[in-house]
Ligand binder design. Structure first.
Ligand SMILES: [Zn+2]
Length: 342
């Protein structure tokens, strides 16, 4: 399978993450993408670099001011603070209808909901090319390829219409899904990352042309806490086009597999003509952020079921952190897709 990746995606390299009262090494490291790329290349998958597909599909799924903020945020931050420390917001608006202030420090908090998304010198370059990798995978599928993997990093599914969250800046999967709408009438996204795709839900909640199904750990006591509950089913034209399937902590392959079956059944009923997979590997039993127990066999089973849907499919990388099985799970997943494609 073709794997779309641009080395510029490694330019964002956050060092620290504030969690449970302490600074720890930031889990979302460039090394994740390098390990995935090298393991997939070693397994015979073809690495290709993305063309530049511009900003139109990002402006379609994000507030334009939000997208443009990141282009100059670092330079403005250095000028305003006289420091080259990572730009981390320490003040947030509590209402989305609040005023957008003029200064970069206030805007940093306006366009974020946590402290997990520091802006550094290379952030714009990395998030731009991460999105381009997803868009390029979508372009290739629109041109007739059956399945392509966008190795997007930084990830995207926690980024909402106008706020970064949970290591995510631009919602790569949402941009890819919107992009696919140029050719396909109805598109579905299945999110198999262990965390709810709260940003993707936010973006498509009132849209009926993109169905969103997310399988994730019950957010009652787990990130992202505030979104991802089963009674959130969409609104307006999007009513009935949002499906949240929650897993209890400790769930294994059987429970995850049953949820994948339900999500794919709903996508079939919806009549999707193309599919985007928000592909996290952080359900792995040994992932540093995991509280469920997916094995390599579990990932392969999910890959086979998704492929057998028979839909033009874009895989977009989301979470999956520096645990022992990360690379192998990616290889197992893509190999199972290729095997099911025949
Ligand atoms: Zn995740």
């Amino acid at each position: 399978m073709k794997v779309v990746f641009d080395p510029r995606q490694t330019a964002h390299a956050p060092e620290q993450y504030f969690r449970r009262g302490a600074f720890i090494p930031h889990p979302e490291q460039p090394l994740r993408a390098i390990l995935l790329r090298d393991a997939l290349a070693g397994a015979g998958h073809e690495i290709v670099t993305p063309a530049d597909h511009g900003l139109d599909s990002l402006y379609a799924v994000h507030d334009q001011g939000y997208v443009d903020f990141f282009r100059t945020a670092w330079a403005r931050w250095v000028e305003a603070t006289g420091s080259t420390n990572p730009a981390v917001p320490n003040y947030h608006t509590t209402r989305r209808d609040a005023r957008r202030p003029e200064g970069v420090i206030g805007q940093l908090g306006y366009y974020s909901t946590d402290t997990a998304c520091p802006v550094t010198e290379g952030t714009w370059e990395a998030i731009y090319w991460s999105a381009q990798s997803a868009l390029d995978a979508a372009e290739r599928v629109m041109a007739g390829e059956r399945m392509v993997y966008g190795l997007s990093r930084p990830p995207g599914h926690h980024a909402s219409w106008d706020a970064s969250n949970g290591f995510c800046f631009f919602n790569n999967a949402a941009a890819a899904a919107h992009h696919l709408r140029r050719r396909f009438g109805k598109v579905a996204i299945i999110d198999v990352d262990t965390h709810a795709g709260n940003g993707t839900q936010d973006i498509f909640y009132e849209r009926g042309d993109v169905f969103f199904a997310s399988i994730h750990v019950d957010p009652t006591d787990y990130v992202p806490y505030y979104v991802g509950y089963p009674d959130e089913t969409g609104r307006g034209e999007g009513a009935g086009a949002n499906l949240n399937l929650t897993l209890a902590p400790g769930s294994g392959d059987a429970e995850i597999g049953a949820a994948v079956d339900r999500a794919l059944e709903a996508i079939r009923d919806y009549g999707a003509e193309a599919l985007v997979v928000s592909l996290g590997f952080d359900m792995a039993h040994d992932d540093p952020l995991s509280v469920v127990r997916c094995t390599a066999e579990g990932f392969a089973a999910t890959a086979t079921k998704i492929t057998r849907m028979g839909l033009p499919t874009v895989l977009v990388q989301e979470g999956g952190y520096l645990g022992p099985s990360l690379s192998n799970n990616a290889v197992v997943f893509l190999n199972a897709c290729d095997a099911a494609l025949g």
